[in-house]
Design a protein around this ligand. Structure first.
Ligand code: SF4
Ligand code: SF4
Ligand code: SF4
Length: 237
C-alpha cells in the first residue's frame, strides 16, 4: 500500500525538466557550477540539489558510445535505514508518512549533524547535510502536493513519460508490464530493488553504468549493525 514512483529510464532524454521543477517547487537556490566536460550539473546531490539527473558516458562492447541517464532521488525505502540510524542521534528527525510511505527529514535532523556520513545513513548515498545548520536534506515525495491531490513536481514536469507516480500496486504493475515489453528487445533489462523501495527504476545497462548508487550498496540490516556499534562508541566517548 502507499504510493510509489515508476521511473522508466528507457524513455529519459536527460532534459533536466524534473531537476529544475524540483528546485522551483522546493524553493532551493541555484548552485555555482563549473564546466568539467560533462553535461551533468551540478556534480553531485547536495542539501540544495535533492534531485539530480546524472550522465554517464561509456563505450559498449562494439566500441559504440553509450549515454546513460539517471534522474536520482531518495528511494523512499519501505524500511528506511536512514530513519532507524538517524533517529539514534535526534528525536524523530526522520519520519515516515503512514498514508503514502514518504520518508521525510525535518529540522530536528540538525541533531545528526556530521556524526554520520550519507553512506552510513543510506544504502543509496542520497541524503546530504547542510554545512551551516547540520540539518539533513533529501526528496520528501512532494508530500505537500501529494496530500493536495497533485503529482510530485518532478513527475508533473516530465515530458517523456519517464516519471510516473501513483498507488504502489499500480506502479508495480506498470513496472512489470514495461519490463516485459522492454525485455523483448533487451533481455538484460531489470527493475532496481523493486521490493524494497518506492522509487522503482527500469534499467537496461548494468548498475555501474548509471554513475551513482542505482542498487543498494549494502543490506539495510548490515548498515544498522554498523551504526549501532558506532553510536555505542560515541556514547562511551
Ligand atoms: Fe532513507 Fe536513503 Fe532510503 Fe531515502 S533512499 S529512505 S534517504 S535510506
Ligand atoms: Fe523533488 Fe518532489 Fe520529485 Fe522529490 S518528489 S525529487 S522533492 S520534485
Ligand atoms: Fe528524464 Fe523526464 Fe527528468 Fe527529463 S524530466 S530528465 S525526461 S526524468
Amino acid at each position: 500500500s502507499g504510493k510509489s514512483f515508476f521511473v522508466d529510464l528507457t524513455l529519459c532524454t536527460a532534459c533536466r525538466g524534473c531537476q529544475v521543477a524540483c528546485k522551483q517547487w522546493k524553493n532551493l537556490p541555484a548552485e555555482k557550477t563549473r564546466n568539467v566536460g560533462s553535461h551533468q550539473n551540478p556534480q553531485d546531490l547536495s542539501s540544495k540539489t535533492i534531485r539530480l539527473v546524472r550522465f554517464h558516458e561509456e563505450r559498449d562492447a562494439n566500441g559504440k558510445l553509450q549515454w546513460n541517464f539517471f534522474p536520482e532521488q531518495c528511494r523512499h525505502c519501505l524500511e528506511p535505514p536512514c530513519k532507524s540510524i538517524g533517529n539514534m542521534y535526534c528525536e524523530n528527525g526522520i519520519e515516515q508518512d503512514p498514508k503514502t510511505g514518504a520518508v521525510v527529514m525535518n529540522s530536528r535532523t540538525s541533531g545528526i549533524g556530521d556524526k554520520v556520513t550519507s553512506e552510513e545513513l543510506c544504502p543509496y548515498n542520497v541524503p546530504r547535510m547542510d554545512e551551516e545548520s547540520g540539518q539533513w536534506f533529501k526528496c520528501d515525495m512532494c508530500l505537500d502536493r501529494v496530500e493536495a491531490g497533485l503529482l510530485p513536481a518532478c513527475v508533473q514536469s516530465c515530458p517523456t513519460g519517464t516519471m510516473n507516480f501513483g498507488d504502489r500496486e499500480d506502479m508495480l504493475a506498470l513496472a512489470k508490464k514495461r519490463l516485459a515489453e522492454v525485455k523483448k528487445t533487451n533481455p538484460d533489462a531489470y527493475l532496481a530493488d523493486p521490493e524494497s523501495v518506492r522509487v522503482i527504476y527500469l534499467c537496461t545497462a548494468p548498475p555501474e553504468s548509471y554513475n551513482g548508487n542505482l542498487l543498494a550498496s549494502i543490506d539495510g540490516s548490515k548498515l544498522m549493525k554498523t551504526a549501532q556499534a558506532k553510536s555505542g562508541v560515541n556514547r562511551r566517548d
